[in-house]
Design a protein. Structure first.
Length: 223
């Protein structure tokens, strides 16, 4: 006979075993000589700022956080503790990131929302003056984009999981522990509840509310 481990939730068990043998990267405290860090940025002593990263004026980087090579943290951004900001991530000015957040390569946080007014002959840009507020224990996939709010903020609550290549438009709110798969697009001012499961390629119209614990299968549309 062979040894066995019997458990009620094998997927959760293997997740914890893999975490045990593959722990998260630990910051190597310090600022690389080729990084550009503003004199008035506040970088915790235990944080790591890697080669060619940029941390602009007024930004705050929390304890144990890693800002990897080529990432850009713009002015007045606040990032909490024990985060991992992967290479080539860009976090636009004034946005906020909680603790234990992982943002994968190429993600853009706080780019302008799609705000335009027609004047009868041409489009005029509506300045996007809100922020993106990201809670704690969030993971954001590669090349996902989250637009800043037009006036109020775009909000991603604690524990949310966003896959690769997702578009989150301005003023969207996503509730705690909701998971969204790749290639989903969420239009402006939609509100998605907590503990939702949203499959790949789902299209969600703007200015609608989705309640808690809703499942949307891949390819669905919510007009």
């Amino acid at each position: 006979s062979q040894s066995q481990i019997v458990c009620k939730d094998p997927q959760l068990y293997i997740a914890r075993v893999l975490q045990l043998f593959n722990p998260q990267a630990v910051a190597r405290a310090g600022i690389h000589a080729s990084a550009v860090v503003a004199s008035d940025a506040c970088v915790a002593d235990s944080a790591e700022i890697a080669a060619l990263a940029v941390v602009e004026s007024g930004a705050e980087i929390g304890a144990g956080t890693i800002v990897m090579s080529g990432a850009i943290v713009e002015r007045n951004v606040k990032i909490g503790s024990n985060c991992i900001i992967h290479p080539r991530v860009v976090i636009y000015h004034d946005c906020q990131v909680g603790d234990r957040v992982e943002i994968h390569s190429g993600a853009i946080i706080g780019s302008d929302g799609f705000g335009n007014a027609w004047n009868g002959a041409a489009w005029e840009k509506i300045p996007q003056i809100g922020r993106v507020i990201i809670g704690s224990d969030v993971e954001i996939g590669a090349n996902t984009t989250i637009d800043r709010g037009a006036i109020d903020d775009t909000i991603i609550e604690d524990g949310v999981r966003l896959d690769n290549l997702i578009q989150i438009a301005h003023n969207v709110e996503i509730g705690k522990h909701t998971a969204i798969a790749a290639a989903t697009g969420v239009a402006g001012s939609a509100k998605i509840g907590a503990h939702c499961l949203i499959g790949g390629g789902v299209l969600i119209a703007g200015h609608i509310d989705i309640a808690d614990r809703v499942t949307l299968l891949a390819g669905s549309g919510v007009p």
